[in-house]
Design a protein around this ligand. Structure first.
Ligand code: DOR
Ligand code: ZN
Length: 428
């Protein structure tokens, strides 16, 4: 592999605090050197001209659904990682709600096999309980050894107090974070959107924010009893749950959380007249909750941004609202939405915003050498123009699925090149 010298760009690496014009040399899959413009000389290197572009660590998404094994018609590891690369991501952590559920070292290893043709790094999150049935713990040490970076029953929250307590204890013993989809499904049966005036108008049963916050509070009460436990709250969507997470942090508990772009960009009104491409779980919430997500992010109370990329086929989404599956794609719109809304509309500095897409998510799941451009780390890099205006078109997506509420959405900030471990994996 030829070394790559990226010249003339504005380097932002939140982990090391660099925010200045710098050149960077990538060699043997690692960051080999960083220096002031023009200082690095390498005759044998491929030169990438990054004038006018930001050069940042490749983005890290700790919550995606890649659908393999079992549902390759929605997405494959190859197509999902290609979409990720187009969105500037170089590391993705994939949820275990595949068919079969990823609850074994064999499936975890299968996902990591070269035959899957992943174009960027994939880090599997294995099921916390066998079949994600919430009854019996999976084999945490074996899963960790096979490559799992966390355990979760995402989509099927662990409801039983006893089993969640056991899960936290075992995960702590093997230094694995427990990622919980905090939804008390006993309170949301038959619900297909947020509880509120839109659900009332559409005649749909609504999920209350308490169905999210009450399970977060229960989990936090259990974390209090397990010394050293790390709970990560997935796709947090309500002020109430965010307040619970922050109270836990103020107590000194290791509780982290993520927010998905759709939860800080859209509110429940986007469902309009039963648009299933705006149906996901947790659902789009009230405007006050959307505003609370923005405020929480601006105040540094949210650890990271994660997409919850959840591809579904057209024929599945083209059903009555209540029957359509939950989820939207998100890998190719995350950076543009984040820059458009957090940076442009709310004045969040680019380094702070990039921290939530790079070294902070890498930290949450202990992905060493990812999410930073420090010398010696993996040569995962994204080049993007923070000022380029463009319109996202679902039909051009690399994902096999086109279920997005952002088709035709104007964006600011566009990915130009993505490099994974020193290889160019996407170039516009
Ligand atoms: O919207 C969602 N889609 N939420 C989940 O928890 C699961 C996901 C999926 O797998 O489609
Ligand atoms: Zn989930």
């Amino acid at each position: 592999m030829k070394p790559i010298l990226i010249r003339g760009g504005h380097l932002i690496d939140p982990a090391t605090g660099i925010d200045a014009p710098h050149d960077i040399l990538l060699e043997d899959g690692k960051v080999a050197a960083i220096d002031k413009p023009g200082k690095i000389k390498r005759k044998d290197a491929e030169i990438l001209d990054a004038s006018g572009l930001v050069v940042a660590p490749g983005l890290v998404d700790i919550h995606v659904h890649l659908r393999e094994p079992g549902q390759g018609y929605k997405e494959t590891i190859a197509s999902g990682t290609a979409a990720a690369a187009a969105g500037g991501f170089t590391s993705v952590c994939c949820m275990p709600n595949t068919i079969p559920v990823n609850d074994s070292p064999e499936i975890t290893r299968w996902m990591l096999a070269p035959e899957r043709n992943a174009v960027i790094r994939v880090f599997p999150i294995s099921a916390a309980t066998v079949g994600s049935m919430g009854e019996k713990l999976t084999n945490y040490p074996a899963l960790k050894k096979s490559g799992a970076v966390g355990v979760s029953d995402d989509g099927k929250p662990i409801l039983g107090d006893e089993i969640m307590f056991e899960c936290l204890k075992a995960a702590t013993r093997y230094r694995l974070p427990v990622i919980q989809h905090t939804e008390d499904t006993r309170l949301t049966a038959g619900c297909s959107m947020n509880a509120g005036p839109v659900a009332f108008r559409l005649g749909l049963r609504g999920m209350t924010v308490e169905s999210e916050s009450s399970l977060a509070e229960r989990d936090i009460a259990l974390v209090r009893k397990v010394k050293g436990a790390h709970l990560h709250v997935a796709h947090l969507s309500s002020k109430k749950a965010l307040d619970a997470v922050n109270a836990a942090r103020n107590e000194g508990l290791h509780v982290t959380c993520e927010v998905a772009p759709h939860h800080f960009v859209l509110n429940e009104e986007r469902i309009g007249d039963y648009d299933t491409n705006a149906k996901m779980n947790p659902p789009l919430r009230a405007e006050s909750d959307r505003a609370a997500m923005i405020e929480g992010i601006l105040q540094g109370r949210v650890d990271c941004i994660a997409t919850d990329h959840a591809p579904h086929a057209c024929h599945e989404k083209e059903q009555e609202f209540e029957r359509a599956p939950n989820g939207i794609t998100g890998l190719e719109t995350a950076l543009g939405l984040t820059i458009s809304v957090l940076h442009k509309q709310h004045g969040m500095p680019l380094p702070s915003l990039l921290a939530m897409l790079t070294h902070r998510p890498a930290q949450v799941l202990s992905l060493t050498g990812r999410g930073t451009l420090a010398v010696g780390s993996h040569a995962d890099v994204v080049l993007f123009d923070p000022n380029e205006k463009w319109t996202f078109r679902a039909k051009d997506s690399r994902s096999k699925s086109k279920n997005t509420p952002f088709d035709g959405y104007p964006m600011l900030g566009r990915v130009h090149t993505t490099i994974s471990e020193g290889r160019i994996v996407f170039q516009r």
